[in-house]
Write a protein that binds this ligand. Structure first.
Ligand code: CO
Length: 134
């Protein structure tokens, strides 16, 4: 079912500082910030040879990462995104095996304009999993 790691997402309290750290201390190529009101985040992409890291900063009162940052005030790994060929087939297979899909169970359009779903972290060893159809 799983393909490549599409990205690893890290929630950060201060996107400007985190971007500078990746760019200046770690020497990575970083994007301009993208404001994604539908997702309640502002994101910077760190481009690596084999994958991406997404730095996520909360946007707005109802940001889905606000509670995570309350528990992890200095930031932390928020989710890992795996690519799948067919997101609906993956969802149905996972649901049949008892894994919980978050939200309505219908894919949403993610930060890269592709359909995504999230799986309950308690079903996967404490890690929030995002599936993205590529
Ligand atoms: Co993601």
């Amino acid at each position: 079912m799983l393909g490549r790691v599409n990205h690893i997402a890290i929630a950060v309290p201060n996107l400007t500082a985190a971007t500078a750290s990746y760019r200046d201390t770690l020497g990575a190529a970083v994007s301009q910030p993208q404001v994604l009101p539908d997702h309640g985040v502002t994101v910077v992409f760190v481009e690596l040879p084999n994958t991406k890291v997404e730095l996520l900063e909360p946007l707005g009162e109802a940001s889905p990462i606000a509670a995570f940052l309350e528990k992890n005030p200095s930031g932390g790994m928020h989710h890992i995104c795996y690519e799948v060929d067919d997101i609906l087939a993956a969802r149905d297979e996972l649901a049949a095996s008892g894994a919980r899909v978050l939200g309505s169970g219908e894919p949403k359009i993610g930060a890269h304009g592709k359909p995504v779903l999230f799986l309950h972290p308690k079903d996967f060893f404490g890690t929030l999993i995002e599936l993205e159809q590529v």
